[in-house]
Design a protein around this ligand. Structure first.
Ligand SMILES: [Zn+2]
Length: 263
C-alpha cells in the first residue's frame, strides 16, 4: 500500500471519530432536577416510555414478579412515600419531576440485587428483600435506586456506549418506540449496567438525603452495605457492589452524608 492510501484512511478515521464526538456532545442536556449538564440521547419522557416498555421483559429475566401482592404493595408504598417527599422537595425548588416511578419485587430468590430502568421502573429481588431486616434498610436500597433514575446514570451510560460504538463506525439511533429486538437489546444492556464509583456515591447520598426527609434512620444505609458485603457482594451481577468503591470507603462517605443530612 502506498503512502497516500494510508493518509486517506487516516483522514476517514479522523472524520469518523470527529462525527462520533459531535453526535455525543450534540446530546448534551441539562438534567431537569439537578441542573447538571449530561450527555444523554433520550428525553426524560422517552426514558419513562422505554422503561415502561422494557419492564415486563426485565421482570421475566428474574423469574417474573414475586407472586405475593402484599409484599409488592409494601415495597410500592415505601417507594411512593420516598417519591412524595422527593416531589415536595423538587416543587419547593420550583421544578417538576418528569419521571414516573413504580416499584416491583422480582421472584428471583438467589440473585441479591436491586436496579432501576431509566425513567423510574425500580426492582428489588426477593433474595435481597429477604436479607433486609427493617423498612429503614429497604428505604436505603430504594432511595439509592431512585437516585440512579434522577441522576440519569443509565442514560448516561447508554449514551457513552453508543459513543464508543460510533467511534467504531457503528452508530445506531434509538427510536422512540421500540420493537421486540430493541427491547431485548435495551434489557440486555440494562442488565449488564455497571455504574462508576461516583454514580454509586451520588446515589448513596441521594438515598440518605431522602431517607432522612421521609423519617427513616439513615444509619440503615450502612447496614445495607454490611448485608451486601456479607452476602458475597462483589459478584458480577450485583449492581450494588460490582464496580463500587470498597465497602469501607463507601461507609466513610455514607457517614459523612448522614452527618450532613441527619438531624
Ligand atoms: Zn447503585
Amino acid at each position: 500500500m502506498n503512502n497516500s492510501g494510508i493518509k486517506v484512511r487516516l483522514v476517514i478515521g479522523l472524520i469518523m471519530a470527529f462525527m462520533a464526538v459531535l453526535s455525543y456532545y450534540g446530546k448534551t442536556q441539562e438534567n431537569p432536577l439537578t441542573g447538571e449538564k449530561q450527555q444523554v440521547n433520550l428525553t426524560p419522557e422517552q426514558e419513562v416510555a422505554m422503561g415502561l416498555q422494557a419492564a415486563p421483559q426485565m421482570a421475566e429475566e428474574f423469574g417474573g414478579l414475586y407472586p405475593d401482592k402484599q409484599v409488592q404493595d409494601q415495597v410500592k408504598t415505601l417507594g411512593n412515600k420516598l417519591i412524595t417527599i422527593f416531589n415536595q422537595d423538587v416543587k419547593s425548588r420550583g421544578m417538576g419531576n418528569p419521571f414516573s416511578f413504580d416499584f416491583h419485587v422480582l421472584a428471583d430468590s438467589k440473585t441479591i440485587n436491586a436496579f432501576a430502568l431509566p425513567g423510574g421502573q425500580i426492582f428489588i429481588t426477593a433474595a435481597l428483600l429477604g436479607k433486609l431486616k427493617s423498612s429503614d434498610q429497604l428505604a436505603g436500597v430504594i432511595g439509592h435506586e431512585i437516585g440512579h433514575v434522577v441522576f440519569r446514570h443509565s442514560s448516561e451510560q447508554m449514551a457513552q456506549t453508543e459513543f464508543y460504538q460510533g467511534l467504531a463506525g457503528a452508530a445506531t439511533a434509538v427510536a422512540g418506540d421500540m420493537g421486540a429486538s430493541q427491547i431485548a437489546n435495551y434489557v440486555a444492556q440494562a442488565k449488564l449496567m455497571k455504574f462508576g464509583r461516583n454514580d454509586e456515591l451520588e446515589s448513596d447520598e441521594f438515598g440518605i438525603k431522602y431517607m432522612v426527609m421521609a423519617g427513616y434512620d439513615p444509619n440503615a444505609m450502612i447496614e445495607v452495605m454490611e448485608i451486601l458485603a456479607e452476602s458475597g457482594g462483589g459478584s458480577e451481577r450485583d449492581e450494588f457492589m460490582s464496580t463500587h468503591p470498597s465497602p469501607a470507603n463507601r461507609i466513610i462517605k455514607i457517614k459523612e452524608h448522614i452527618a450532613k443530612y441527619g438531624k
